[in-house]
Design a protein around this ligand. Sequence first.
Ligand SMILES: *Cc1c(COP(=O)(O)O)cnc(C)c1O
Length: 400
Amino acid sequence: MLRSLSRLLRGQPPCPVPILSATLEADDAALAQHWLNQPEAWHDAGPVAEWEQVFADWLGVRGAFAFMGGRAALYAVVRALGLQAGDAVVVPAFTCQCVVNAFRYQGIDLVYADIDPGTYGLDVASVERVLTPACKAIMLQYSFGLISRDLEAVLALARQRQLKVIEDCAHATGASYRGRKLGTLGDVAIFSTERSKIINTIHGGTVATSDPLLIERMRDIQRNAPLPAAAKIGQLLNTVIHNHYTYAHAQRWLTAYWAKWRYGQRILPQMFAEEFRGEYCAHYSERMPAPVAALSLNQLRKIDGFHQRRLQAAAHWDAWCEREGYEKPLVVAASDPAFLRYPVCVAPEMKQDVRWAEEQLNVIAGVWFASAAHPLPLEPADCPVGARAARQCINLPTLL
Ligand SMILES: *Cc1c(COP(=O)(O)O)cnc(C)c1O
């Protein structure tokens, strides 16, 4: 509270714009409370089936399958594609450990390709260089919700080499290219509703595909997937309410203190201890329970409003880049990016400690990604652009 007062005295807003959970509004918190009050319904199938139908229709695919996270969705995709131990998958040298885990848990080798400096997406020339006969798939990742510069070239290369294309849309829900939503361009896509993403249910993720064989296999995998324990679902709902009062409430400089006392003891973490060690974690196998589906539906209803706000913020940061002499991210022709965050490369020492952004810009800055497999300290060979981004790319919030 003292910090807020001192900020006010200096003529600043009482607290900086957050990068997590800013979409959790009062109606989402009320919905979480409603579900907290009826634990007997947490394992109902109805809301999950509704979410999958609504999401599939919204995206324009034949099948959607809901899991406890984007990483769980990816782990299911690895199995649905029939990838075997010893197979390899190409991923960008600018991703996160939960992606790496989802492949490594099945014994899949990762082959890192470099990214392009404007969109942080796979660089097709690098993909061609690193491909080996063991490679069975390419994972396209739309970092920050940007459409990759080499999207079409990578899709063409995959077709030519008969490689499966997985789209990692964790940052890109609602983005499109040439009028087609991302997540409909490859063989199969994963989406996330984790608290740092476009829409937010604290944890949650969904697979999307129109491939009949993959749909059949996904159905099987999902049917056999366990639901999370009741204690975990309760923690998740508690975290929704906590995060609303901590990150999204208009008077959060005050409500955050109350929320910490009232809800702060039961927070579900973003990553679990085993994951950091690269050990198997049950979270990757769990399917989505009813309350998370209901929260997903409520958030998706509001996505167009969030999208407009993010585009406005991106224009604000564009102008800031022009004033300050920073390179703007590249928005390729005919693309409608989601701008989950606004990436910009700054001096390495400005990334090592991003608190300057609170003082100078009134925002919390993020550090995605500080290594090729964040936060794993990994620096693959021959990926200089990814290595530079790991040292210098920070991201600014886009719900201002
Ligand atoms: C967050 C994220 C995921 C995983 O999503 P979760 O819902 O957090 O499991 C996958 N890929 C990328 C690039 C991400 O940032």
